[in-house]
Design a protein around this ligand. Structure first.
Ligand code: DQA
Length: 149
């Protein structure tokens, strides 16, 4: 059993209502119910913050309380050197997720301050991106514990 923190950044508390053409009609708490059912042997905890400093504090806490992080930093992805530094500082695996395909959008969204510190980036698969990230992190842990070759 591993603990994975799912950290969502600004405006992602509005999922389901916010630009549904881009981000879909489903709220994150609703999707979390499904996600927990799909990975019943692991602890998945959702946190959301609109403020950059709070997101940094959440990452620091994840280092103490979680085995890995799935991070959708929203627009801070493209602006926050501090958040990128925090990802590099915490010493546990982080996967960057974006619901939309950031590379098919405005050029300002093509750069990520987070990506270099992450083990990988998943973008454009809708909410399913969170599930793909969780699946990968569980697989990584199983490899580490020698349960899989
Ligand atoms: C996002 C993409 C960002 O560019 C945007 O600012 C968001 C959401 C996504 O999940 O597609 O807030 O991270």
């Amino acid at each position: 059993m591993i603990t994975i923190h799912i950290l969502n950044g600004p405006n992602l508390n509005l999922l389901g209502q916010r630009e549904p053409g881009l981000y879909g009609h489903r709220s994150m708490p609703d999707f979390m119910v499904e996600l927990k059912q799909r990975f019943p042997n692991h602890r998945l905890e959702l946190y959301q913050a609109n403020r950059e400093d709070t997101l940094i504090d959440l990452l620091h806490e994840s280092a103490l309380k979680a085995d890995a992080v799935v991070l959708n930093a929203g627009a801070y992805t493209h602006t926050s050197l501090a958040l990128g530094d925090a990802v590099k500082a915490i010493g546990i695996p982080v996967i960057e997720v974006h619901i939309s395909n950031v590379f098919s959008r405005e050029e300002v969204r093509h750069h990520s301050y987070i990506a270099a510190g992450c083990i990988g980036t998943i973008t454009g698969f809708g909410l399913e991106g969170y599930a793909l990230a969780v699946q990968h992190l569980i697989g990584l842990d199983q490899k580490k514990s020698g349960l899989q070759s």
